[in-house]
Ligand binder design. Sequence first.
Ligand SMILES: [Zn+2]
Length: 196
Amino acid sequence: MNTCHSCGERGNHHLTLESGLQVHLCDDCYNAWFCKRLGLDYEQYKHPRTITVFKIRFSVRVEIVSSGVAYFAYRNRGKELESICFIGPFAMSGTEAIQELKNKVALRTYKPSLEYGILNDMGTIGLLQNELDPDEMEFLIDGKRYNSEQYLNFLRFHAGSNLVYLIEPRVPRPNSEWFTMAEHLPKEIVTEMNEL
Ligand SMILES: [Zn+2]
């Protein structure tokens, strides 16, 4: 385990600076470093460590990304599909973003995706590759894996309807290790204006 260069906590961000030097930083120190690079005050993204939605407690992590500020809500130590992300613009404060994150969590967790063997109108389905057969897909619904035939049967029930979908990346586990090259990160906030 690497310790944070700045504060001595667990350093899970392994950042290679432009000078070639590699430093290990914890979440907070990495975010503070990235904010400073972009000319932002990390303090404005302060957030509670946990949020409670429908009496369920989620732990919260924040990460500064090139396009904004990502707020992650984790349940059950970051189990797949129970982790939800909201990415806010740099101009949005931590307080405002947490409200948006809570709304998204509420939308996602108000009921299971599958009830009595029938897919609900709204839910989340994880797409996985079968570990033994890479040509086979698996579908993760409410923490349970289904094969493509079972998934098609769920859809068959809704034949005649439209499936309106949204594909988003899965939230990384809270204990992930991050390897970043500083040269790949922006040095200023990229807006549509200065991208032209
Ligand atoms: Zn640190």
